[in-house]
Design a protein around this ligand. Structure first.
Ligand SMILES: NC(=O)c1ccc[n+]([C@@H]2O[C@H](COP(=O)([O-])OP(=O)(O)OC[C@H]3O[C@@H](n4cnc5c(N)ncnc54)[C@H](OP(=O)(O)O)[C@@H]3O)[C@@H](O)[C@H]2O)c1
Length: 241
């Protein structure tokens, strides 16, 4: 990005940034990247293990965190959602239809789609009313319907596709009230975290959380209102829906 583009797309100085999922691989790295950069007056990290705790499957915890942020004098400039679910001790991504499990599917949708939708419900109204303000949520390229050539991973793919539609829909509503706001889904690339660890294989380009965070931050810096409603990768390139 050139110096003049950077100035054109700059965040006003000060303001508050919030990272949700700040204890995860990418969320923690992004929180540190934002704190080191000094762009914002404060960078708040929220997660299930912070005070206040925020669990995306518990709307009251989202509402309570939003109420606290709403009381601050500094406007909210950036909300970055780095939460997500792919696997745990009980569930692995499905390789075949025969492995579909309603409880697993419901959990994937609760964390990857309904949770971020509730974050948008409570946090988008808090975004600064003038000047650049961004809501970004981590989706995944495997949520792209147009890019799906391998199949499998039904719950994760479908929940991220639902997330993309929710982001697009919310961006339209947001744009009616906040002309300079940006609401986007981002693909972080393959990043070395607990989420991706069981699936890393030779030949796949895997980057460190720090590198991914720096790339995502540069992409966010480059956004203007024209980008709202989009789905972008860590190079800032639009991803097929
Ligand atoms: N890593 C990759 O290669 C990759 C690729 C494409 C997309 N992504 C996406 O990037 C995002 C971040 O992934 P990551 O690699 O950083 O994974 P990670 O290290 O496993 O982090 C996941 C984060 O989600 C949080 N989380 C899970 N369930 C939650 C809930 N119910 N309420 C609140 N927070 C919850 C976790 O919180 P706790 O710390 O409390 O467990 C953790 O902070 C995900 O959306 C993922 O789908 C990652």
């Amino acid at each position: 990005m050139s110096e003049s583009q950077r100035e054109l797309h700059a965040f006003p100085s000060g303001g508050v940034a919030v990272v949700i999922g700040a204890t995860g691989g990418i969320g923690k790295a992004l929180t540190e990247c934002l704190r080191a950069g000094g762009q914002f007056a404060d960078v708040v990290g929220l997660a299930r293990g912070t005070k206040p705790a925020l669990d995306v499957t518990d709307e009251e915890t989202i509402a309570a965190a939003a109420r606290l942020l709403g009381e601050r004098e500094e406007p909210l400039r950036l909300v970055f959602d780095a939460t997500g679910f792919l696997h745990d001790a009980c569930f692995a991504p499905e390789k075949s239809l025969q492995q579909l499990d309603p409880a697993h599917m419901a959990h994937a949708f609760a964390v990857n789609a309904v949770g971020p939708a509730l974050l948008m419900k409570h946090f988008l109204p808090l975004l600064a009313g003038d000047g650049k303000a961004v809501f970004a949520t981590l989706s995944a390229r495997v949520g792209s319907i147009g890019d799906n050539r391998l199949g499998g991973w039904y719950s994760y793919r479908a929940s991220k596709a639902a997330l993309n539609q929710l982001v697009r829909t919310a961006s339209i509503e947001l744009g009616r009230q906040r002309k300079q706001a940006v609401c986007v889904a981002l693909h972080p690339g393959t990043v070395d975290t607990a989420l991706s660890a069981p699936f890393s294989k030779a030949g796949l380009e895997v980057r460190s959380p720090d590198q991914a965070a720096e790339e995502l931050w540069q992409v966010i810096l480059g956004f203007s209102a024209d980008d709202t409603g989009g789905f972008f990768d860590h190079h800032g390139k639009a991803v097929d829906w």
